[in-house]
Design a protein around this ligand. Structure first.
Ligand code: PMP
Length: 395
């Protein structure tokens, strides 16, 4: 018994992590999340956050959060179905449906919760979920919570998707195709027009997780569906409020019927307290700012192109990203982590991403350029990339 309480079985697993060289401490941020931060006591240029538009520490969002706290308090006090559904939550959903140009939007406490709750609620035994092999972990977990069957198609490979659709057509009641809108490790955009056509041909439903497309692609950052002009042809569009929007939360945009059903069956909403007023106030301000002007999305794209071009000119392999996500592919796992460490020593924080998050031999540092970076900060980062690249014979 003593062994059980000492968690010896976990201690052994932790030792394994150390032997594999993947044990790490959580980095500690001692400032707001912005272009330049204090990380583990040092001032560094931050190229690692999803704060695409620099909203996480924006004065307008902070003011809106404070105003919401003054009116509604620090916490919502209950789940939405009991007494945690404040008028501010409903206002947020109305604003989101306007932003996404859909009939309705249903809000969760995070993007992860949104996938965990929605997929399970809209599928059941006798259905099949067909998922891109590179979809996000929350889609994988959400699908596992469903009683539906599951199938995977090769990444953005339409022949592979059609093959699975053909095999599924007469076997299942409903078919749900799920894809990320923008794939977070390579920055490529899903082939949504082709996916929607196949879905229509095989009478399948479509579900797009646009965590990295919302606030980035389309008119005023309305997302991947807007980017391709596919409004009304995608059944469920997920967005997160934690990346470009800069706060926390998630939502699914779609029809009124979807909304009605989820408000009865989305388990993370039925059994977990709703978003705090501060978050809701700040999110609404962010959405208002996005719809008011393209200043932030324009600056994001301008900075991303500037940085990507400079790295490419130096000779770095920046993959085939179509979005501000800028991977710098190093290849070898140990070399990738060393590259990331050396960049940090010289004042640039870019996280290293290696197997199993990406395939073996494709280790990369993933640069997340934001609207908040100045050209001077980006130039400084490029200079450091060049120094370390030469030092390590990558250039
Ligand atoms: N979906 C995708 C594609 C993501 O990249 C993420 C965040 N890593 C999520 C969902 C989860 O979003 P959140 O951080 O809001 O829980």
């Amino acid at each position: 018994m003593a062994n059980v309480h000492e968690l010896k079985f976990l201690k052994e697993k932790i030792e394994d992590l150390k032997e594999q060289g993947v044990y790490r401490k959580l980095p500690v941020l001692e400032s707001a999340n912005q272009a330049e931060v204090i990380l583990n006591g040092n001032k560094v240029i931050n190229l690692s956050s999803n704060n695409y538009l620099g909203f996480a520490n924006h004065p307008r969002l902070k003011k809106a959060a404070i105003d919401a706290v003054e009116k509604y308090g620090a916490g919502a006090g209950a789940v939405r179905t009991i007494i945690g559904n404040m008028s501010i939550h409903e206002e947020l959903e109305a604003l989101l449906s306007k932003f996404k140009r859909e009939e309705a939007a249903f809000v969760y406490q995070s993007g992860f919760n949104c996938n965990a709750g929605t997929i399970q609620a809209v599928t059941e035994a006798g259905d099949i979920i067909i998922s891109d092999e590179l979809n996000h972990a929350s889609i994988i977990d959400g699908s596992r919570l469903s009683k539906a069957n599951r199938a995977i198609y090769k990444h953005s490979d339409m022949d592979s998707l059609e093959q699975v659709l053909k095999e599924s057509r007469d076997k299942y009641r409903n078919i749900l195709i799920i894809t990320d809108g923008v794939f977070s490790m390579d920055g490529d955009i899903a082939k949504l027009p082709e996916i929607v056509e196949l879905a229509e041909k095989y009478e399948a439903m479509t579900y797009v997780d646009d965590a990295h497309g919302s606030g980035v692609l389309g008119e005023s950052g309305r997302g991947t569906v807007d980017h391709f002009g596919l409004h009304g042809r995608v059944d469920f569009t997920i967005g997160t409020l934690s990346k470009a929007i800069g706060v926390v939360g998630g939502y699914v945009a779609g029809s009124n019927t979807m909304y009605e059903w989820l408000s009865h069956r989305a388990r993370p909403v039925l059994f977990s307290t709703s978003l705090p007023p501060a978050a809701v106030g700040a999110i609404m301000e962010a959405l208002t700012m996005l719809m008011e002007s393209t200043e932030y999305t324009d600056r994001l794209w301008d900075n991303a192109k500037y940085f990507k071009t400079k790295l490419g000119t130096l000779g770095f392999n920046t993959g085939h990203s179509e979005t501000p996500i800028t991977p710098v592919i190093i290849g070898d796992e140990a070399k990738t982590m060393e590259f990331s460490r050396k960049l940090l020593e010289k004042g640039v924080y870019v996280s290293g991403i290696v197997f199993p998050t990406v395939p073996k031999g494709t280790g990369r540092v993933r640069c997340m350029v934001t609207a908040a970076h100045t050209k001077e900060q980006l130039d400084k980062a490029v200079e450091v990339f060049e120094q370390v690249g030469k030092e390590m014979n990558i250039l």
